[in-house]
Ligand binder design. Sequence first.
Ligand code: C2E
Ligand code: SIN
Ligand code: SIN
Ligand code: SIN
Ligand code: FE
Ligand code: FE
Length: 351
Amino acid sequence: MLTEQEIKNGRVLIVDDKQDNTLLLENILLKAGYQSVLSTNDPREVLDLFVSFQPDLILLDIEMPHLSGFEVIEQIKSIFDSDYLPILILTAYHDRETRLHALRSGARDFISKPFDNEEILCRIRNLIEVTLAHHRIQNNNTLLDLEIETKTRELHETRLEIIRRLGMAAEFKDRETANHIIRMSKISKLLGVAHGMSEEEGELILNASPMHDVGKIGIPDQILMKPDKLDPVEWKTMQNHSELGFRLLDGHTSEIMNAAKEIALTHHEKWDGSGYPRRINGENIPLMGRVCAIADVFDALTSPRPYKQPWSMQEATDEIERLSGQHFDPELVETFMGVKEDVYNICRRHV
Ligand code: C2E
Ligand code: SIN
Ligand code: SIN
Ligand code: SIN
Ligand code: FE
Ligand code: FE
């Protein structure tokens, strides 16, 4: 644990209005081998010394002019945010009330004057040891917290990176670029926050929505890349990408994965109940799914696909508006119309 040398290096501040007393204590401490001892006869200096000297122990007199020892303790408490006050009270009073007051005020221990040299040295040594051990535990905790924080951040960043790459894998197969993922997720966050989501929920949708089409990994290339309209059987197969994505993302407990699987499952549901795979309607569709539906369709419309030419942003906006209440949540469409210039800017920045 702590060595004798470490304890003797502990800083001691002596506070007593009588110079005889401070000199006596200084001598006792220096003789016993303590290296850092400081004293003052003016209690009004204690606060400054507490900050500059950072004592590991204060030997504090109670009866002093200007400020009593109790008042000094209150001053220290007002700036020192700790339940551990390294204070040993020196008191001439023998009555129970004063001793109790001393201990209740937060001081660690007290000793009655005139004191026994051996006894006071023992008490000083023990208290310094406790203070230093206390510091050490706090430092360890701080280090531990830092380490946990670093690891957590690494894990978080790794997860985000995997998520982005997973989303890109599906989109590469679809001959789309990473830019679709970026645009679609940024539009989703913009729309969600404009609709009243918190910044935190906005970040969640930004990080989770890149995986909305991850189920396309399981769809045959000849369907995914067909340059024409899909026949009914192909279309049924294609629709499986929602469930496939959900199953791929299921079984994780992280917030992002939960949001991602909800989005994968619900991004093709429609407000009027004519979507897939569950044909749920209105607010039965999770808000994130409703938000991503608009962002996904807007971006699909303005992008080239094997089966279609890109539309202009104006045409895509008209289509979103036309499908309000049918495909899309009408309130979200209104929100979309309010922020459409920001949507266009996202698309211009990520071509
Ligand atoms: P995607 O290409 O990423 O399109 C996403 C969504 O954008 C579509 O979901 C649809 O809601 C919307 N969208 C795309 N093009 C149009 C359009 O011309 N008009 C309108 N009103 N909406 C459009 P949806 O329909 O559930 O399709 C899911 C995926 O199925 C599409 O993802 C695409 O990969 C594939 N797909 C859909 N239709 C065809 C098609 O005719 N041919 C081929 N080869 N693939 C198709
Ligand atoms: C399409 O087949 O891509 C259009 C489907 C729709 O109108 O939502
Ligand atoms: C919600 O679904 O959580 C309420 C917001 C909305 O209906 O758009
Ligand atoms: C959500 O799960 O994202 C909101 C729930 C709802 O819109 O009904
Ligand atoms: Fe999809
Ligand atoms: Fe998509």
